[in-house]
Design a protein around this ligand. Structure first.
Ligand code: G4P
Length: 532
């Protein structure tokens, strides 16, 4: 009843304030699946069919499903999971990893308001974490770090923090600190609540077990951990107090300082503490830039943008789903909205929400939420939707510099027309970036992940009836050239000049040395990572 009486403004204010939308960034095997599952469990998550009982079985099922998806030529899901916890509504954006890495992974990050960086304590900062971190960094979103697998021998915690600072260039502030590690691991000292959270090698940690202490020098810690570990904790904490960065929420929110938590996801240890601190510190849905200026989430006028399109998620239908991040206003099933690029009004009658692999039809959603829209082929990545009568457009989706390149040709020359149509549409969807060689008009494709080539190959065959041949090229970098005089003869060594769809010159380089040489030879040109 109360709901009926509050104004839309107040409803939006409340719904926005309680939402958190984030992505987990990590290298494969750091424990993302495990952490996600534990987080969902705290939410008492709604229908996790299969996933709760046995992780192994669940993992098998998931990868099986992915295999099927892959065979169907689909870019593997960045699905969205939602749960409620102590009044908060949490949206986790899943970023596919490893061989499934693609531009989709990057784009998904644009829909997040913060990120959780998951690190394996034995491995430290790994390649994929670094790449994903850089995308988050560019957006300036807050990053929270969870250092995982403390139940195993890992690297010295100071080493790990130093690596985060040196390799990623972000300052860190430990919120808790491990007491021992591996076989000796007996818990973490919680700097926020001044207490020790106890690790039990045989326990399940579904309830947090703690000992209140007066500080890191409290004799109780000796009782718990023995003299050696207690001394070590005292020395380490004293050093951090003196030499470490102090906690500073403004810096956290500006993405300059990452709060660090230690734990063990598989043992459900430290996960709840992490979640509670994260919910307390992470931002609610943030405004986005548009052609009408900054759009605040509490703006009553509905708006959002498509950050991902996924083909054939449901094998029973050949449908596509467009993933929409809601930026402002209230989403209601059946509402009419303006599809700004297409210049027409459409009705959103089949919105879907995601939980693990299930799909639900939803009736309402708010800023920060992601809804999947049934897409009969009308959406493109980057499309904006807004209240009818308005025309604002978001410009949230940068293109990313491709890192893998292939020449593409068709096996049957008679299929040229379908081939070009397919390439055109898949370029628009964002599956690939396309270039032409300057002299011979051959097509060169650029992607950020190998999976994108596989998806292209599959979809060309099954959707356009065209068999293609891909020939990998040795290039690793693309730079858009801006300047008055571009002299092709200055791009001959370990490089090639091509043109993008808008006829911009783009130089492809085999290595950094070739790129640097070209920059030195062409001091009047600008070398941009993405299209100007
Ligand atoms: P990912 O999604 O990031 O790729 O990682 P995932 O959760 O699948 O975890 C990778 C491996 O790390 C799994 O082991 C998982 O059990 C293990 N793991 C996750 N968190 C912890 C932790 O806190 N401590 C320890 N010791 N291991 C952890 P696996 O052998 O590949 O799979 P499984 O046989 O355990 O299912």
């Amino acid at each position: 009843m109360e709901r009926l009486s509050i104004s839309l403004q107040e409803e939006l204010r409340q719904e926005v304030a309680r939402r958190r939308t984030f992505a987990i960034i990590s290298h494969p095997d750091a424990g993302k699946t495990t952490l996600t599952e534990k987080l969902l469990l705290y939410g008492g998550a709604i229908r996790l069919a299969g996933t709760v009982k046995g992780r192994k079985a669940a993992k098998f099922a998931t990868s099986d499903w992915m295999e099927i998806e892959k065979q169907r030529g689909i870019s593997v899901t960045s699905s969205v999971m939602q749960f409620d916890y102590k009044g908060h509504r949490v949206n986790i954006l899943d970023t596919p990893g490893h061989q499934d890495f693609s531009e989709d992974t990057y784009r998904t990050l644009t829909a997040a308001d913060s990120a959780v960086m998951l690190i394996d304590c034995a491995k430290g900062v790994e390649a994929q974490t670094k790449k994903l971190f850089q995308v988050c960094r560019k957006r300036g979103i807050p990053i929270f770090t969870f250092i995982n697998k403390l139940d195993r021998e890992g690297r010295d915690p100071f080493d790990l923090l130093e690596e985060i600072e040196n390799v990623l260039g972000i300052r860190s502030v430990p919120m808790n600190w491990p007491i021992g590690m591996g076989k000796q691991f007996c818990g973490v000292y919680d700097r926020v609540k001044t207490r020790v959270e106890l690790f039990d090698h045989a326990g399940d940690h579904s309830e947090i077990r703690v000992r209140e202490v007066s500080g890191f020098e409290d004799p109780i810690i000796r009782e718990i951990a023995g003299d050696h570990l207690a001394d070590q904790l005292r020395d380490e904490m004293a050093l951090i107090d003196v030499a470490g960065d102090p906690f500073d929420l403004d810096k956290v929110l500006a993405g300059e300082l990452t709060p660090v938590f230690f734990g063990s996801a598989i043992n459900n240890f430290g996960v709840q503490t992490f979640l509670e601190n994260f919910l307390r510190l992470a931002p609610a849905p943030t405004p986005r830039n548009s052609t009408d200026g900054l759009i605040e989430p509490t703006n009553e006028s509905f708006s959002g943008y498509v950050f991902k399109i996924q083909a054939n998620m449901n094998p029973a239908h050949r449908d596509r789903l467009a993933f929409l991040r809601i930026v402002s206003g209230k989403f209601e099933r059946g509402m009419s909205v303006r599809h700004v690029r297409a210049g027409k009004d459409i009705k959103l009658s089949q919105p879907q929400q995601f939980l693990a692999q299930d799909r639900d039809i939803i009736d309402t959603a708010y800023p920060g939420d992601i809804v999947g829209l049934f897409d009969p082929g009308i959406f493109r990545i980057g499309d904006s939707l807004c209240r009818t009568g308005r025309t604002l457009e978001f410009n949230e989706l940068p293109t990313f510099s491709p890192e893998l390149f292939s020449k593409v040709s068709i096996k049957n020359a008679l299929k040229q027309k379908q081939f070009l149509k397919g390439i055109d549409q898949l370029t628009e969807e964002g599956t690939i970036q396309v270039f032409k060689t300057a002299g011979f008009e051959e097509l060169v494709l650029g992607v950020v992940g190998q999976l994108q080539f596989e998806v292209l190959d599959y979809r060309m065959k099954h959707e356009y009836g065209v068999e293609i041949q891909l020939q990998r090229l040795p290039f690793q970098f693309a730079r858009w050239l801006v300047g008055d005089k571009i002299d092709p003869s200055k791009f001959r060594i370990n490089s090639q000049l091509v043109k993008d769809k808008k006829d911009n010159f783009v130089a492809l380089f085999e290595n950094e040395y070739a790129m640097r040489t070209a920059m030195e030879k062409n001091p009047d040109l600008q070398f941009l990572e993405t299209a100007p």
